[in-house]
Ligand binder design. Structure first.
Ligand code: SF4
Length: 508
């Protein structure tokens, strides 16, 4: 059950009159939900919202917001995932309920760090902006009243009196438009974004905001409310963390990986060790290319790198025997002798293949896991270069990989906006000479598979991948739901198990 809400909500629930909870298809999500829901519904709502927010992020950098393509694609996604997509007056109760509950679940998952909060806030803001601009004027007005943002309309007389000032201080409005538009008197605190951008006329402590700019005010108000709510939720985290059913789920969500886990590969044993150098240049994402190069240069990787790279290699199809040979050959070229390798490192490799200890078959790390946890320190090569490298070093690296200057600029822009996976997608497009990836990148092994598919011109792999992706996703969610205490192969379990595994990586 969600934390207790206020009286009004509770009463509505008890009276069985839940439709009253959602008078509008838009929400500011001010009250947490108070009903009981099953863990299955909890997880599926959360995953759907995550998918939606990922699409919002992707569209936000690929299209001009509010352009037709942006709107069409977002509407398609909202419909597909069964979220409210237009201001439907009736019959979207289920969609509104899902919207409400899923927002609060992700709030729990995404309040846990500054990075997560910022990402969540940005996508939720974009989503609200789109929805707000889609509703009719009439419904918009009603919504504003509902969230106590009904501003005083400027009378026709006053508007005519100020017409010149309004025209000169409001970019994008002709004199005719000034005469046609409604203007509102808004307190300066609410209009700070417009004021800062010098896009509004100010008089006597009020901003005179044209109707078409009201969304800026609404969004600024929403941002303030949501940031505060996220900070408050973060403070109540200890009590949530003690809930053993929810905590693994929320952690899993905040690592936000919702695709196949690449633990089972059909091409196991199909890659030879001799191919790895070439593959690292052609088909490895930057994180793995960097690890491979560091390993070849230093004949050693510290444990964070061995975990990240070792599991990736396993995911692309290296057998246990190949992994042992690969790591040993490289390490004994450095300071580790064969005996030390066998005693200190071979065990951990067998362990990661599920042949030792608790015999867990470990899954390769997803992008979000790499981006969000265990940042590299001095002397480490793991992590995500788009997230963890200094931009200047990243630029030099991309230059050395012959990425054209315009591409580097685009990548650095995405990095600046903290869209690390999109920066990686751009890197993929540039290195594979394709315009539009047609998939959303979430996993280094997905990068590899897609690259191989493209380079070989084959379609079969894609088919296999999407089939296995669906079934994997399904089985993951079933596993984590059916056996809350002992799931066997979800990433959540792997996270917990890896903590055990790290004990075996005592040598740096
Ligand atoms: Fe690796 Fe993912 Fe970062 Fe790309 S986005 S470099 S695949 S962690």
């Amino acid at each position: 059950e969600f934390s207790s809400g206020r009286g009004r909500l509770k009463q509505a629930r008890l009276a069985g009159d839940r439709r009253d909870l959602y008078p509008h298809s838009l929400q500011f999500y001010l009250e947490p939900p108070t009903e009981n829901i099953s863990l299955v519904e909890f997880e599926s709502f959360a995953i759907d919202r995550l998918k939606l927010l990922k699409v919002v992020e992707n569209l936000g950098v690929s299209y001009v917001r509010n352009s037709d393509s942006y709107k069409t694609k977002l509407e398609f996604e909202l419909r597909k995932l069964k979220f409210p997509y237009k201001a439907l007056a009736e019959d979207d109760y289920e969609a509104r309920r899902k919207d409400h509950i899923s927002h609060f679940i992700l709030r729990l998952a995404y309040c846990q760090s500054e990075d997560l909060r910022r990402w969540f806030l940005q996508q939720e803001m974009d989503l609200l902006r789109y929805r707000f601009n889609e509703v009719t004027d009439n419904l918009r007005q009603k919504f504003l009243e509902h969230v106590n943002l009904s501003f005083e309309a400027v009378s026709e007389d006053l508007k005519n009196e100020l017409a010149n000032e309004l025209y000169t201080s409001t970019p994008g409005l002709s004199m005719t438009k000034v005469k046609e538009q409604m203007f509102y008197k808004v307190g300066l605190a609410d209009a700070v974004d417009l004021f800062r951008a010098r896009r509004v006329f100010i008089k006597d402590g009020f901003a005179y905001v044209p109707f078409k700019e009201i969304d800026v005010i609404v969004l600024s108000n929403y941002r303030t409310k949501l940031s505060k709510a996220l900070a408050l939720t973060a403070r109540s985290l200890p009590s949530i963390q003690s809930d053993e059913r929810l905590q693994p789920l929320l952690n899993h969500l905040s690592h936000s990986y919702i695709g196949p886990d690449y633990s089972v590969q059909k091409n196991t044993g199909k890659i030879s060790l001799e191919q790895i150098d070439t593959l690292s240049v052609k088909s490895f994402p930057l994180c793995m290319r960097q690890l491979h190069k560091a390993l070849r240069d230093n004949h050693h990787l510290r444990h964070g790198g061995r975990m990240q790279y070792g599991l990736f290699l396993k995911g692309i199809g290296l057998t246990l025997e190949q992994a042992l040979e690969f790591w040993k050959k490289e390490f004994i070229r450095g300071k580790v002798d064969a005996d030390k390798f066998d005693k200190g490192y071979a065990y951990s490799i067998r362990h990661s293949y599920g042949k030792e200890g608790r015999r867990t078959d470990y899954t390769p790390y997803s992008c979000m896991k790499i981006i969000m946890s265990n940042p590299p320190s001095q002397g480490d090569y793991h992590g995500c270069p788009f997230r963890h490298s200094d931009p200047e070093l990243l630029k030099q690296k991309l230059q050395s990989y012959k990425i054209p200057p315009s591409g580097i600029t685009q990548i650095l822009e995405l990095v600046k906006g903290m869209h690390y996976q999109l920066a990686c997608q751009k890197y993929f497009e540039l290195t594979h000479d394709v315009d539009n990836l047609g998939f959303s990148l979430n996993h280094p092994n997905q990068y590899f598979t897609e690259s191989q598919r493209l380079l070989s011109g084959g379609r079969e792999l894609k088919k296999e991948l999407s089939n296995s992706g669906n079934s994997q996703q399904k089985s993951n969610s079933q596993e984590s739901m059916n056996s809350n205490s002992t799931p066997t192969s979800s990433n959540t379990t792997a996270d917990a198990e890896l903590e055990g595994l790290e004990a075996y990586f005592t040598e740096d």
